[in-house]
Design a protein around this ligand. Structure first.
Ligand code: FMN
Length: 408
């Protein structure tokens, strides 16, 4: 059991006039929240996802909530910074796929309260599916529609490419065909480099076989090179690393190897880290499912502490139990430039402020304006500790900060 070092209090105590302003904002729908936050609090919450400027650090992670155009439209209208689309399983030109068994149709999801091993209560979603369950061709049409929602709304495709067992070769043709096809669709809508996530899922880490560490390291090392070599143009590649079922220290070893100062990794950024895996839990007849909640954020934050002093050598996109602005800031203090969420959009709506808005708007509003745990309250709190009064302050400054400065 690992315990991260929280640098921030459970609730932010800030000056009374700011507290009052936040109470007021929290109780109502705030139009163009980023402009409002700049004007009222002198704070800039914009950031980056890969090379893309985003208006706030909160995005939707790849999964069941980004499988059709209307979900992407509500993300954009609801005020999210970006959307990562559901993960497609790579195919070759003949439409076959080495990872075919990942195309599972499993619409049922269950949202549960979950108390972590360290005793904190959060939420986790259980399901038994895996990747996009339809063809690559269907996915390409979806990407096409999603990218056309709005020119400047950040939409990122996600792929699971073939991963060989020990002694097997990579199915390179699937790498080439799938990446080329995605690039073609991307170029219809965007001028810059194709921005892509490669997903390493929790279920990959479930086999307890000899040589597993070496296999995981070689996948993480080789796959970015293979993806980049599969087309003639540069790609901006994010690798969503898995949480392995191997001892916790191994997760830190991965962080040091790939995100440490000496890393020569070809990934342009890392998504840290996909969900935990419980090999014993049964759901809908399947034994072994992924889970999240505070166990997930505990392990992720703890693992990223491996490079807390030098900061990760590649930009990090955080994922895992981002359920408040405070949690986003804990990740930011470990170098994360943004946070991607799945579970937070599925929890009971009573957990959000009772404003007259869509679910996505409520979620973003909660993350930004909660007076005790929200991002703005947290940024005001950090600015006060740094002795900056009400000077202009930015979310990005936090990602660069020595978090130990916040220990009073
Ligand atoms: C139902 C469900 C489906 C998911 N499917 C994918 C997927 O296809 N690709 C992927 O990279 N991550 C997938 N994830 C992981 C999420 O994108 C996210 O990284 C993870 O759940 C941690 O964030 P959270 O704690 O906010 O849920 C899925 C998660 C859930 C709950």
């Amino acid at each position: 059991m690992v315990k991260p070092h929280y640098f921030l209090p459970q609730e932010f105590l800030i000056a009374a006039d700011y507290q009052r302003a936040l109470q007021e904002d929290y109780a109502q729908v705030v139009q163009e929240p980023e402009n409002h936050i700049r004007a009222r609090y002198n704070i800039d919450v914009s950031s980056y996802y890969g090379p893309i400027k985003i208006k706030n650090p909160f995005g939707k992670s790849s999964g069941q909530l980004s499988t059709n155009k209307s979900q992407v439209v509500s993300d954009m209208e609801g005020g999210l910074g970006f959307t990562v689309l559901k993960t497609v399983i790579a195919e070759g030109q003949d439409h076959s796929s080495k990872m075919d068994e990942w195309k599972i149709f499993a619409p049922k999801m269950t949202v549960e309260k979950l108390t972590s091993r360290n005793g904190e209560e959060g939420y986790s979603v259980t399901w038994k599916g895996r990747g996009w369950n339809k063809s690559l061709e269907d996915y390409l049409s979806f990407v096409d529609e999603a990218l056309s929602v709005q020119d400047d709304y950040p939409v990122i495709p996600s792929v699971k490419y073939h991963l060989p067992d020990l002694g097997e070769d990579y199915k390179l043709e699937e790498y080439m065909y799938t990446t080329q096809k995605l690039l073609e669709v991307w170029k219809k809508h965007r001028d810059g480099e194709l921005v892509l996530e490669k997903d390493f899922s929790p279920t990959l880490a479930s086999t307890d076989m000899a040589g597993q560490k070496e296999r995981i390291i070689s996948w993480l090392r080789d796959v970015p090179r293979l993806i980049k070599q599969s087309v003639d143009e540069p790609i901006h590649l994010g690798v969503k690393m898995m949480n392995t079922t191997i001892a916790d220290e191994f997760q830190r070893e991965l962080v040091r190897t790939f995100l440490g100062p000496d890393s020569t990794w070809l990934a342009d950024f890392a998504v840290c880290f996909n969900r935990l895996f419980d090999p014993h839990k049964e759901y809908e007849g399947k034994v072994g499912v992924a889970y999240g909640g505070y166990d997930l954020s505990d392990r992720n934050l703890w693992a990223l502490e491996e490079v807390i002093e030098e900061k990760p050598s590649r930009p990090v996109s955080a994922t895992g139990n981002i359920c408040s602005g405070k949690m986003m800031l804990e990740y930011a203090l470990r170098g994360a430039l943004n946070g991607q969420m799945h579970t937070f959009f599925q929890i009971p709506q009573t957990e959000y402020a009772q404003i007259d808005a869509t679910r996505t708007q409520k979620a973003v509003h909660e993350l930004l304006f909660n007076p005790q745990r929200g991002l703005v309250a947290g940024l005001i709190y950090i600015r006060e500790i740094l002795g900056k009064g009400s000077e202009p302050f930015t979310f990005l400054e936090v990602t660069d900060l020595d978090p130990f400065l916040l220990m009073k």
